[in-house]
Design a protein around this ligand. Structure first.
Ligand SMILES: Nc1ncnc2c1ncn2[C@@H]1O[C@H](COP(=O)(O)OP(=O)(O)O)[C@@H](O)[C@H]1O
Ligand SMILES: [Mg+2]
Length: 227
């Protein structure tokens, strides 16, 4: 049982998208997954409601808006009962975020590839490091490129990637590619494997990207465990 938080106080960084495709793919890989929707926007909760309305079964459990005071207990319980717990965090630094971070085996920090957003990602890393000091242990994290271009790495993205490498910050080797499929799973309350390729373009490519992301996350958990 591993606990993974998806965190970045920047709204629109791609947190919820990453949390959903990761949860979906880990279930596809045969793991039992629990998602904690700690984002007040409740995107994953709404996705679950759309499924319920359509009579579709849930691939993973969704715990909505846990109370701040119950967060640690909620994480512990879900971690006990599942292989993976994925926490979709809100877009502001908070005590809720802090509680999730200190209980995480891995924190994923998705960021949009613009100079401003890269700086905000660095701020998100600082928040993780503050928690590390408080609990006196390492909290492994990985930056994750959001909305990667499917075709090529842009000049800006190459510059940002090399700045991150120079700063010695760990980054997942694969980013979340910009895909219509990632928007459509939310809109239609579907899993990636349930999308109709005649309605959504690039479904196989999106699935391939999700598989790569899930594998990279599992590898990261193993790497940090060995350290
Ligand atoms: N890789 C992607 N491909 C397509 N759309 C994306 C992708 N990443 C994010 N989006 C879209 O951008 C918006 C913000 O992303 P979201 O994951 O909700 O960010 P956050 O949870 O950090 O606020 C959403 O409308 C989402 O569908
Ligand atoms: Mg979100």
């Amino acid at each position: 049982m591993s606990v993974i938080s998806v965190s970045n106080s920047k709204g629109g960084a791609g947190k919820t998208t990453l949390a959903m495709i990761l949860a979906d793919q880990l279930v596809e890989n045969g793991l039992s997954v629990a998602v904690i929707d700690a984002d007040p926007n409740g995107i994953i909760t709404k996705w679950a409601a759309k499924r319920a309305e359509a009579g579709r079964e849930m691939p993973y459990s969704v715990t909505s808006q846990p109370k701040e005071a119950a967060m640690i207990e909620t994480i512990a319980q879900l971690a006990n009962e599942n292989d993976m717990v994925i926490i979709d965090l809100e877009g502001t630094a908070s005590r809720m975020m802090s509680r999730a971070l200190i209980r995480s085996h891995l924190v994923l920090v998705p960021f949009n590839q613009s100079p401003v957003d890269a700086e905000l990602a660095a701020a998100a890393v600082s928040l993780i490091q503050e928690e590390e000091e408080a609990v006196e242990r390492k909290i492994p994290f990985r930056l994750v490129r959001s909305r990667d271009s499917a075709a090529f790495a842009t000049k800006t993205s190459k510059r940002i990637t090399s700045a991150i490498e120079q700063a010695g910050l760990p980054m997942l080797p694969i980013g979340v590619v910009e895909r219509a499929a990632y928007r459509d799973i939310y809109e239609f309350g579907l899993r990636l494997s349930e999308l109709d390729p005649s309605q959504t373009s690039g479904v196989p490519k999106a699935i391939e990207n999700a598989q790569g992301l899930a594998q990279a996350v599992v590898d990261s958990l193993k790497e940090d465990h060995r350290r």
